[in-house]
Design a protein around this ligand. Sequence first.
Ligand code: 5GP
Length: 188
Amino acid sequence: MAAPPPAWNRSPAPFAELFSAEVIAARVAEIGAQITAEYAPLSQTTDVVVIGVLKGSVMFLADLVRHIGVPIFMDFIGISSYGDATVSSGVVRITQDLSRPIEGKHVIIVEDIVDTGHTVHYLMENLATRRPASIKLCSLLHKPDRAERQIEIDYLGFTIPNKFVVGYGLDVSQQYRNLPFIGYVQGV
Ligand code: 5GP
């Protein structure tokens, strides 16, 4: 039997829990099944590449790909936003590029959250120039109240209110990514 998580990350305190580990797991399984159904025919002739956006999507990606029942390749891309960490400036740069070309391949981008939409907008425009066969977006979370870009999310986990959320990959100053649930700082 797997060891239980350490006591400090079993309790939501000091965070208010938005989605429990069980709720997240159930939704991730549903998204995996949806992707499996849609990519089963495509994957027979063309490579499917699932691209995780570092670092926030790592937990989501790791769980999601185990629910995808077709052959896939995995790759990662690192993105950094200039300016204040909690306010998206819209100016982003690639800090770590893909390890292989995506030309002619079916690409699924896996993000942790679409907030203003600037990061994903930049990323999708950049990847589109590399001429993939198709490009779709899968995001665990979406904060529509903050949208500054019109972004079409093909596979979405949850829509959330305008709160700064942490856990399950999402950080505050690089901490709390390992919380098994998603929560927000109470009173914020
Ligand atoms: P956007 O460019 O869509 O405004 O922001 C994208 C990035 O900002 C996300 O990939 C994530 O790293 C960060 N971000 C946006 N909202 C939140 C949030 O509520 N919590 C955390 N931890 N990061 C967020």
